[in-house]
Write a protein that binds this ligand. Sequence first.
Ligand SMILES: *Cc1c(COP(=O)(O)O)cnc(C)c1O
Length: 383
Amino acid sequence: MRKVYMDYAATTYVKNEVLEEMMPYFTEKFGNPSSFYSISRETKIALDKARNRVAKALNCLSSEVYFTGGGSEADNWAIKGIASANKEKGNHIITTKIEHHAVLHTCEFLEKHGFEVTYLNVDKEGFVNLEELKNSITDKTILVSIMFANNEIGTIQPIKEIGSICREKGVIFHTDAVQALGNVKIDVQDMNIDLLSLAGHKIYGPKGVGALYIRKGIKIDNLIHGGGQERARRAGTENTASIVGLGKAVELAMENLEEHSKHLVKLRDKLIDGLLKIPNTKLNGPIGDRRLPGNVNVVFEYVKGDSIILNLDFAGICASSGSACTSGSLNPSHVLLAIGLPKASAEGSLRLTLGDDSTEEDVDIVLEVLPPIIERIRGASSP
Ligand SMILES: *Cc1c(COP(=O)(O)O)cnc(C)c1O
């Protein structure tokens, strides 16, 4: 059976060029970058190279890039670090109802420790209302955290506009760009971004490695205390091989950005058109260039997402009913509820996300296999 992988938003494989650059750092180039002999200098130089590659992709200084243990850690650091370092100024944080749990659960944690959080609504397509954002900022607001692109429904926020609102009001702006990187152009200068999170395993790099961009001069406390690594801001011996892999993956993502998104958009729109031919099917999220190139999310009325995923798995197709973090639990996706879907509809959602290796044939297979599955499930559940 031909396997079709359509869950690239959950994670990607590691590209061969990335793995090749990583390999020596497990074996002969194993030196601790903090030591003072030649094999350590080698690893130190490799870290600098990775940092430069990330900086170039974001248009920031390499001294503003800090490597972390993934996207979740970068989000946690940004939010907790800003909160604790700026609590004299205020205790108010603004975010949205459709953030990744790495942001939402961090905010909920801070609420238990005296912070106040505003969770902005989004419209039917998942967009933040800029007026609502402006009106929510008070003298006590110390941070706005709004994701660049949503992992479930693909909505790309007007980040530049959000950035200028925050800059005008003198509020620090963090964005989770884990899904945006490699799919959308990012420029932290032009977009007035103060902090930005990214992760390796969503862009054909390794898992468990990411980075946080922190604009020079931003007041932030450390999350991981210990040694002097990452300019004494993120302790722990560097995950050298993975950082090298992240750097290479970021570089490739930048080189391939246009070709990659064009390829995905073509497949995405073909898949969307085909899926919407199934009766009682609706698209979640926007269309066109305000949607992530590889993201498809639909709701099949009168169907439960879990049974679709299982049936697709039997047919060799890997898909998701929302974000990987919520699958397995019975709660409907917080993102789908925030865009106004009733609970029952949100349970019948399907996310298919495309990647570099996706083909027209993959799309054809899904469009052939899925309609009878939906029909069968609906038939079985009708009275
Ligand atoms: C995957 C993801 C994360 C978490 O990144 P990890 O590296 O898995 O910790 C955070 N935010 C978004 C939008 C993501 O898609």
